[in-house]
Design a protein around this ligand. Sequence first.
Ligand SMILES: Cc1ncc(COP(=O)(O)O)c(C=O)c1O
Length: 381
Amino acid sequence: MAIEAPAARPANPRFSSGPCAKNPTFTLDKLADAPLGRSHRAAVGKAKLKEAIETTREVLGIPADYKIGIVPASDTGAMEMAMWSMLGARKVEMLAWESFGAGWVTDVVKQLKIDAETKVAEYGEIVDLAGVDTKNNDVVFTWNGTTSGVRVPNGDWIADDREGITICDATSAAFAMDLPWDKLDVTTFSWQKVLGGEAAHGMLVLSPKAVERLESYTPAWPLPKIFRLTKGGKLIDGIFTGATINTPSMLAVEDYLVALDWAKSVGGLEGMIARADANTAAIAAFVDSKDWIANLAVDPATASNTSVCLKFTDDRIQDGASFAKAVAKRLENEGVALDIGAYRDAPAGLRIWCGGTVETSDVEALMAWLEHAFEAEIAAQ
Ligand SMILES: Cc1ncc(COP(=O)(O)O)c(C=O)c1O
């Protein structure tokens, strides 16, 4: 029996969790003001880089005494330069609940060979945050686990009077979730996530405590040039005013400025959070009304509002992994959803990006198609 296809299609089928959809008003000609073919150290280039830093501060509400730098190698570069530059000074706790957090554990334990205390939760769960000694230890964690759709609910578990530092990978959280800057000493993210910008460059946000660590501690291991944030025991201030360590893409910078402008036009951080929340609510309403699909996040308080991960729970499904792949493939072939298969290391299922560049009407249209694809694959088994 043919199953009737829904009438409405998402206007934009891009639901990838990174690079994420460009904002709905984006066109390539908006990048025409990029100073291409000019030195990034010329006044025009430096001004663009400084504007990117200061508009980031404005939109995210980052305190005036925090440093914001544009660094090489996207979020990974920002995280690794922070860990390589600052860890080893005191005991480290590593927290992970999905693949990227696990990658930072590998960096610290296997590469830096730090005898860290490692706390790992299964996909869908989170570690016991109350049991983390944020008062005494350095703590490395991921605010939103992009591959499990699990996030920390807030920063209340982080001590105000901490002696260690917190290093937070916030790449799929920044511009979609409230980040408590007073609890975060190092925060990193990439332009390619919630803002729908381009990869290549990472953002590194440092609290005064993080700067103090950088200026008072020299790690035992060598640091390559692209990780070096200090010179002669002092922070290299230029990195935080637009004099990048090496050559950035001025096209990517222009694209970031356009994305920030758009974020401001939809109400800034508050508007961006509301958009992500509305997208997530559309999925939650659908999932709650069906008995064959569920959120991978076990506790709704930790469920992401950007990378929403879903699992199929129907008893009729014979092979969970191939079923989920077939549903994703069917949706792709229909042109209604691209790149929504679960991450390669995550449990079988779907991952639907809900960050602010995605329109709620598109998420709603996708839900009808999801049901259609599910029924079709059940029938095809
Ligand atoms: C939580 C998290 N950390 C790190 C990364 C790596 O980001 P990038 O490829 O921008 O370095 C990703 C990418 O998806 C991520 O989701």
